[in-house]
Design a protein around this ligand. Sequence first.
Ligand code: SAM
Ligand code: SF4
Length: 446
Amino acid sequence: MNVYDSHRMADTLVPAGFSETASPEDADLVILNTCHIREKAADKVYSEIGRIREIKEAAARDGRRMLIAVAGCVAQAEGKEIIRRASTVDLVVGSQNYHRLPTMIARAQSGEKVVDTEFPVEDKFDVLAAPKRNAIAKRGISAFVTVQEGCDKFCTFCVVPYTRGAEVSRPVEKIVAEVERLTDAGVRELTLIGQNVNAYHGIGPDGIPSTLGKLLRCLAQVPGIMRLRYTTSHPRDMNDDLVAAHAELPALMPYVHLPVQSGSDRILAAMNRRHTRRGYLGVISRLRAGRSDLAFTSDFIVGFPGETEADFRDTLALIDEIGFASAYSFMYSARPGTPAAEMDDQVPQEEKSERLQRLQASITRHQRGFNAGFAGRTIDVLLEKPGRLPGQLVGRSPYLQAVQIMAPAKLIGSVQRVTITEVGSNSLFGTIANEMRAPAFAAAGA
Ligand code: SAM
Ligand code: SF4
């Protein structure tokens, strides 16, 4: 979401006369778009400000004024404390206020320190400038679109409900208009994003709240769209309509990111996840029943307060039972203001670190097995950009694996049937298959 937000900030500054530079040394304004989800991410902000301060001071020695802005969730959470700790920062803009950047910058240019972290009444998406065609084309054939923001779930470890605010969905018509603009400029793959994306309930053209399934069906009809994905989902909101969309829509990729966090019911309850291990397994089997070629990825937290070795083993067992194709895993990080940060039985750092290593070893084993299964198979690859070698192109499989092939640049933006000849540690290698183009979805649901 921060990638998407950064693009929208850049688009919004174009009418104010700004253009993107390749390096901070050339910039009149540097915006740090920040993440508050774990302590490490938040801490990085201050070391980064220190680095940019040196560039700002060098610019000042050359007689040039440079502004530093801090945006995103650290800005939202810490507000004017950021300027108190780092006086070189000129403005702080919260995650819901970046449509106000042009006026904030004008005030900062006249020497004021500006902080805006109020949750606004207006919808930022109504005010943000749309990206120019050439900006979209430069960002490639794959794009993100925010369809939902914020979260009302209040998992006990998570800052999102406090930093991104209450759950809000964008209306279907506005999303379709944004997607048409993207496809018109060459985008072929869309990832719909939201902190709790499958809780999507934006107003449809008929005035009735839509669902994510309905939105996906609608976007699958936009000319030019070849692939659809969405992230991040909550197991509780994986409703029948979305499960059915997976079975129906060839454009909806068979790769689902479904965070589980833990395999222990005791820990899931303490996390206030509102799902059990059994409930999660049930969601996976409903999805698999609709489409047999689905693969899953997940998020895991190890060392949540009170997690015992037995709880952790339940998580390892769940990984073996489902066999994830990939996963993100994190040591629990206590976040200020969240209920879990106040819990008594915090797990020592060494234990967290040891469990993370074991969990990651298990995920890597499953990932290697998953990738090895592609040797000799012929799969659809959406070609994205030139590779590192002359004449090489890089694309993505339906499962987001990077696939390298030798092919002419004119094929960028097309889906090709590719036979995988070699499985590397980070990519698959293949050649374009000499076969009649089979319907991409022929095997699904079989
Ligand atoms: N909405 C998604 C869900 O329900 O799982 C998660 C979105 S959250 C922005 C991304 C991931 O960060 C979470 O799935 C979780 O694994 C991780 N995360 C969130 N808070 C954390 C914390 N305090 N410590 C460690 N990891 C955390
Ligand atoms: Fe955070 Fe996801 Fe839980 Fe919402 S559902 S509180 S975003 S982990």
